[in-house]
Design a protein around this ligand. Sequence first.
Ligand code: TXA
Ligand code: MG
Length: 357
Amino acid sequence: MITRVLSVDPAQPDPALIEEAAAALRSGRLVAFPTETVYGLGANALDPAAVARIFEAKGRPATDPLIVHIAHIGQLSMCASHVPPAARRLGLAFWAGPLTIILPKKPQIPDSVTAGLPSVAVRVPSHRVARALMEMAGVPVAAPSANQFSRPSPTTAAHVLADLDGRIDVVLDGGATDIGLESTIVDFTVEPPVMRRPGGLTLDQIHTVVPEVVATTQQGSAAVAQAAPGQLTRHYAPRAELTLYEGETARVVQRVAADVRTLTAKGERVGILAPEEDLLALAPELAPLAAAGRVAVRPYGSRLDLARAARELFAALRELDATGVSHILATSIGTEGLGIAVLDRLTRAAEGRVRRV
Ligand code: TXA
Ligand code: MG
């Protein structure tokens, strides 16, 4: 299959191009599109054959349920059989935006969308291209992130094509996404409601509207595996082996410097993924190694600008991986605000290789 790339102005998308993509969705085809978080890979959520194509194109296990995207909160009744008042308050406060809400599902939503669960995840994206697409399609759109299963989520159309060119029908190219990390998922099928995935909306923001929401504490436990399927599978995994360093900044920098020396001495090529401050501190160590081609360095934002760090993380991870390094040493940006979501993605990418120093 040849993937058609349609370039659209993210501020003022051409209705003729959006209609072309919407028509493709209605006829059961796969359309990748920008949202404010990451690019999604959309199919008509009411068409089980189209939904099956998503899993096939991504190589995604059928046990990992999809998020259903709608144009506005008024379409919630197309997906959910019951909306608790707190869920409605949260949706009214933060939609359109980087929030996904889990609710009891309507029978019309095919089981393949929800991986057989009695609940459905729903989101109203705020990106103009996404909203215009939902509106013109006139159907709810099931869309996971538009990456090959277990790869970092795509924040540009080029990332989508790198993973899925020839496997999907259309890509709407609306430039780089703004938030860069996926939506925050809150499950309202349990009492109290639980945040299943930290993301573009922080827990503090959620608490201003629904203070009862709790964060999952037992990440990795069987209970969580059941309640948030897909969250425990291999995720955001670069080809290189990624190790995450956590702790007080000065000690982290020292430890990274020591490990870079050890690895490069063994002949390994090493990538460094870190905010600008850490790279400045590491510069004396890294500069000669980088000049010798032993080390590749990619900054992602800064501790002073968490939004930029979130926006740049996945692209930096992909770029670093493309340099062919065998190891990536990564540092985080703390646990304030979006830092929690960044830490979550890096922890998953590390697949257990976390050094607390
Ligand atoms: O920002 C986002 O959320 C992006 C954009 C495209 O909207 N989408 C996204 O989808 O990140 P995906 O498929 O990569 O992640 C969806 C996750 C699943 O892995 C699963 O953990 C959770 O949402 N999920 C979906 N339906 C669920 C359900 N019924 N119960 C529990 N978790 C669910
Ligand atoms: Mg994903």
